[in-house]
Design a binder for this molecule. Structure first.
Ligand SMILES: [Fe+2]
Length: 338
């Protein structure tokens, strides 16, 4: 094996310019959708750049990029949530890409202010309810979920979950520490059950009558809507959606996003790949893979999501949100939100 390696290494070095012309982009992705694979193929056909994908959980990808260091073949990281993208930036794994195209097409609150990552699809954190029961009249804002009239009615994930952390960070940015801790105490007091499972589990529990209000990202309802299981589709039919805070700052949103790895060996290919993802056709496919919203204005929105209606987004910056996350977690835990 050793010899073989030696024999291979020298010709590979000599052939480096030829190899560089082969044009590849190595994508480390924590998304696992067939539609993503179709999209990478479309990119390859149009650009001549081959996409090599490694799919794994985000923590594994980050650890791998870190361990590979300067020798990492990784060009692009694709993952979910501002918190995780910010973590990759914090670990110094990403490099800035000042692209006029991305800057003009992606709204400022959905990308890193230092251009180290960009949101390519968006999800909103909403309150879901049973249409048959209707929406309680006193509920219009996230703040209302902590009111005493909702004792035992709120279904949401645990405080340690990154969606809870991002959501509470948005509350913290809007209302400050004292009000947000009081709010978190109210949420803890209003829980229908100890937090368990993911967003879909909250929707199912609401459907089963365990609580009146389920906090969830929009795409989970979209995924139930297009599920192969008839009972999932029937559940999705019954669910109404409240986009909170429409009369003030707007509903909390988050992204799936991507950035270029600091030591990317194929930097130009990586740049072309990111810019491609902001095109209207790519946006529609990338978003539909997980029933999310495109981030650009000229891309088609899935009819199910269109049916939920337009909504105002909380424009708080990604840097403000990610900076507030550690305090958001501490505050939820102090408040007894498990
Ligand atoms: Fe999710």
């Amino acid at each position: 094996m050793m010899n073989r390696r030696h024999i291979l290494s020298l010709p590979m070095l000599l052939a480096a310019p030829a190899l560089a012309q082969e044009r590849v982009v190595n994508v480390y992705s924590s998304r696992h959708y067939d539609s993503d694979r179709d999209l990478w193929e479309m990119f390859s056909r149009g650009s001549g750049i081959r996409v090599r994908v490694i799919e794994a959980q985000v923590d594994q990808l980050l650890e791998r990029i870190r361990a590979e260091g300067a020798n990492s073949p990784a060009d692009v990281l694709v993952t979910v949530d501002i918190g995780r993208l910010a973590r990759a930036k914090e670990l110094n794994l990403l490099q800035p890409f000042a692209s006029p195209q991305l800057a003009s097409r992606i709204p400022a609150h959905l990308r890193d202010p230092d251009n180290q990552w960009f949101g390519f699809t968006m999800r909103a954190r909403v309150v879901m309810f049973d249409k048959a029961q209707g929406l309680p009249a006193v509920l219009a804002r996230y703040e209302d979920l902590s009111k005493p009239e909702f004792r035992g009615q709120v279904l949401t994930r645990s405080s340690g979950n990154i969606y809870s952390i991002g959501w509470t960070a948005s509350m913290l940015a809007a209302n400050g520490a004292e009000a947000t801790e009081a709010w978190a105490r109210g949420i803890a007091a209003n829980l229908a059950r100890p937090p368990a499972g993911g967003d879909t589990d909250q929707i199912r529990a609401m459907g089963a009558g365990q609580g009146r209000l389920a906090v969830s990202n929009t795409y989970y309802l979209g995924l139930l809507h297009r599920s192969a299981r008839a009972e999932d589709r029937a559940l999705a039919e019954r669910v109404g959606v409240l986009f909170p805070n429409q009369a003030d700052r707007g509903t909390h949103v988050n992204v799936s996003g991507a950035g270029i790895i600091r030591n990317a060996p194929n930097r130009e290919a990586a740049q072309a790949f990111l810019e491609y993802l902001s095109g209207p056709q790519a946006q529609a496919i990338f978003a539909e893979g997980n029933m999310e919203y495109p981030v650009v204005a000229d891309a088609a929105v899935h009819p199910f999501l269109r049916g939920l209606g337009d909504f105002r987004q909380d424009p708080v910056s990604a840097s403000t949100l990610s900076a507030a996350m550690p305090e958001a977690l501490r505050l939820m835990q102090r408040a007894g939100w498990r």
